[in-house]
Design a protein around this ligand. Structure first.
Ligand code: SIN
Length: 526
C-alpha cells in the first residue's frame, strides 16, 4: 500500500522545498498554508543565501564563521551538515530554475556581516527570497502538488499510535482529520509577534505554539534576532534594508552624523548582527533619536541601483535616493533562532511530527544566526526531512542541557481581540527586545499569562481559538528569556550582563498541565 504523503504546513522555502523533493521521491505531499501560497517570510528575504561555492572559500571557513557567530552555542554537527551540504542544495535550486545573479558567467557572490568570504548568492539583485519563492511555487504548481490556501492546522494529537492532524479553513469550516500522515511544520518564526518586525504579519509563531501544546519540546526561544537595519518612517511598517548594503560599503551614522560602529567592534558595520543591533540601540537611547542613518553614498550610483533594485524602488516612494540621501533605519525583530526541537533529520519529540526551517531548532545557529544561513537551513534540513519521509527511521532531538516546564492552565476560551494582540506585540517589543531587564521580563511573563488566561481553551481537549497558539509562543519566548540568567548572542540582559559558562547549554521547555478551571457554581433552582 502506498505510504500516506505528508501534510506540509507552510509555504516558505522549507515547505516548498520539502514538497518538491517529497514529490521527486514518489510521495504525494499536501501543502497547507493559513494565507496565500505566495505569502511567507521567504518572499521578503533580500540579501541571499550563503554557501561556500567561491574559489577561495570552503565549507570549513563557512563552518568557522557560523560557529563564531553563534557565541559558543552552535551544535557543531548541525553546522557541519549545514555548511557541507550547502553547495549541493544550491545546485538543487539551480536545477529547479532559480536564476542566481552572475558576473561574467560566474555566480555573483556578495559579502555580509561576520562572513570571512564573499559567499552570499543572490537573485534579482536584492530580490533573492522572491525569486526563490516564485521559482519553487511555480514548480510545485507545475508538478500538481496539492496546495490548500487559507487552511490551518488546528490541532495535533495521537490516536492508537498514529498522528492525527485536524485541519480546517481559516473561517473554522471544513474541519477534517488526517490520520497517520506525517506532519511537517515549516511554519516559520515568530517575528510578527513583535510590534516592530521585518517579517510579514502572518509570522506569529503559531506552529511552534501548536506543537508545544501537542506535547513537543521547544528549545532556544530566548534567542530572537533583531535585524539592525529596517527602514524607519513614523507610522509606516518596517522594511528590511539588507545588510548586503553594508557588505558593499555603506556605513552607519548616528544623529550627529558620526560613524559609531568602530568604537563598538573592530569589524564595525560587518560585525555580527547582535553586536550591530545593540550598538544602534545604545546610540538611539543616548541621543533620544528614533533612528540612525545608513549612509550608502560612497557606493557608485550605478552599482547601488543595479545591485539593490528592490530597495532603491522602495526608497523612491519616500523621495529618497540612497546615492545622495542617508536612509533612516532602526532595528526590528527579524528571526526566531529557537523553535520546535528536532534532531538533524527533522524528528521532533512527538512521533510523526517533523519540523524544519525557522520553526525548528536544531542548534545550528547557536545564540545568534549568521546572516544568510536561514534560507539555507530550510533547504539542508528540508532535504533531510524529505528523505525521512521516504525511509523513516526513529529519531529524537537530543536532550537540552536544561529543561523548564511551562504550566498550561485552562482559560476562558475567548478569541484574541486586536487590543490584546497589540498588548502582546508591545510587551514583547518593550520587555523582550534587544536589551532585556529582569523586572521587565517578569512583567512580560505576567502580562502574557493574563492574556493567556483569556484565550486558552476552557478544557484541555477543546480546540484552541485563533490567536491562542500565538500567545502561547509569546509566553514561551518570555519564559525562556527569564530563565536564561546570562547574556549571550541575541539574548542580552542588563541584570546578567555577561555570558556564564554554566549556561553554555540549550534551554528546552516542556508542557505541564495546570489545575482544572474552577467550575461555575450551580444556581439554586428557584
Ligand atoms: C538581509 O538581507 O540582511 C537579511 C538576510 C538574513 O536574514 O540572513
Amino acid at each position: 500500500m502506498a505510504r500516506p504523503g505528508p501534510i506540509i504546513v507552510g509555504s516558505g522555502i522549507a515547505g516548498l522545498y520539502v514538497a518538491l523533493r517529497a514529490r521527486e521521491l514518489g510521495l504525494r505531499p499536501t501543502i497547507i498554508t493559513k494565507s496565500r501560497l505566495e505569502e511567507s517570510n521567504t518572499r521578503y528575504a533580500q540579501g541571499g543565501i550563503a554557501a561556500a561555492v567561491g574559489g577561495d572559500d570552503s565549507p570549513e571557513l563557512h563552518l568557522a564563521d557560523t560557529l563564531r557567530s553563534g557565541n559558543g552555542l552552535v551544535d557543531r554537527r548541525a553546522a557541519r551538515l549545514l555548511t557541507d551540504e550547502a553547495p549541493r542544495r544550491i545546485a538543487d535550486l539551480v536545477r529547479f530554475g532559480v536564476p542566481f545573479d552572475t558576473v561574467d558567467g560566474e555566480v555573483a557572490l556578495g559579502r555580509e556581516a561576520a562572513h570571512s568570504r564573499p559567499r552570499i548568492l543572490h537573485a534579482g539583485g536584492d530580490a533573492t527570497g522572491l525569486q526563490i519563492e516564485e521559482t519553487l511555487r511555480h514548480r510545485a504548481v507545475d508538478e500538481g502538488i496539492e496546495a490548500r490556501e487559507r487552511t490551518v492546522l488546528r490541532r495535533l494529537a495521537h490516536r492508537s499510535g498514529e498522528i492525527v492532524a485536524t485541519l480546517a479553513h481559516d473561517d473554522g469550516t471544513g474541519v477534517e482529520e488526517t490520520v497517520g500522515r506525517p506532519v511537517v511544520l515549516a511554519t516559520g518564526g515568530a517575528g510578527g509577534l513583535y510590534q516592530y518586525s521585518s517579517n510579514p504579519s502572518i509570522t506569529t509563531g503559531e506552529g511552534i505554539g501548536l506543537a508545544f501544546r501537542a506535547g513537543a519540546r521547544v528549545t532556544d526561544l530566548e534567542f530572537v534576532q533583531f535585524h539592525p537595519t529596517t527602514f524607519y518612517h513614523e507610522g509606516a511598517p518596517r522594511y528590511l534594508m539588507t545588510e548586503a548594503i553594508r557588505g558593499e560599503g555603506a556605513v552607519l551614522r548616528n544623529d550627529a552624523g558620526e560613524r559609531f560602529l568602530p568604537k563598538y567592534d573592530p569589524a564595525a558595520e560587518l560585525a555580527a548582527r547582535d553586536v550591530v543591533s545593540r550598538a544602534i540601540d545604545q546610540e538611539m537611547r543616548r541621543s533620544g533619536a528614533a533612528c540612525v542613518w545608513l549612509d550608502a553614498t560612497a557606493i557608485p550610483r550605478d552599482r547601488l541601483y543595479a545591485r539593490f533594485p528592490t530597495i532603491t524602488r522602495f526608497l523612491a516612494r519616500y523621495g529618497l535616493d540612497p546615492s545622495r540621501d542617508r536612509i533612516p533605519v532602526a532595528p526590528a525583530a527579524h528571526y526566531t533562532v529557537g523553535g520546535v526541537s528536532t534532531d538533524f533529520d527533522g524528528h521532533s519529540s512527538l512521533a510523526g511530527l517533523y519540523a524544519c526551517g525557522e520553526s525548528a531548532a536544531t542548534g545550528v545557529h547557536g545564540a545568534n544566526r549568521l546572516a544568510s544561513n536561514s534560507l539555507l537551513e530550510g533547504l539542508v534540513f528540508g532535504e533531510r526531512v524529505a528523505r525521512q519521509l521516504l525511509h523513516p527511521t526513529s529519531g529524537t532531538p537530543s536532550t537540552p542541557g536544561r529543561e523548564a516546564s511551562v504550566v498550561m492552565r485552562p482559560g476562558r476560551g475567548k478569541p484574541l481581540d486586536d487590543s490584546s494582540f497589540n498588548e502582546v506585540r508591545s510587551v514583547l517589543w518593550e520587555e523582550i527586545g534587544i536589551v532585556r531587564t529582569g523586572p521587565g521580563l517578569r512583567a512580560a511573563v505576567r502580562t502574557l499569562e493574563a492574556v493567556s488566561a483569556h484565550v486558552e481553551p476552557a478544557e484541555p481537549t477543546d480546540v484552541p481559538l485563533p490567536g491562542a497558539n500565538a500567545v502561547l509562543t509569546a509566553r514561551l519566548i518570555a519564559t525562556a528569556a527569564l530563565t536564561r540568567t546570562e547574556s549571550r548572542g541575541a539574548h542580552w540582559r542588563t541584570d546578567h550582563p555577561r555570558p556564564v559558562a554554566a549556561w553554555r547549554i540549550h534551554l528546552g521547555l516542556v508542557r505541564r498541565p495546570g489545575p482544572p478551571a474552577p467550575r461555575p457554581r450551580r444556581q439554586p433552582l428557584s
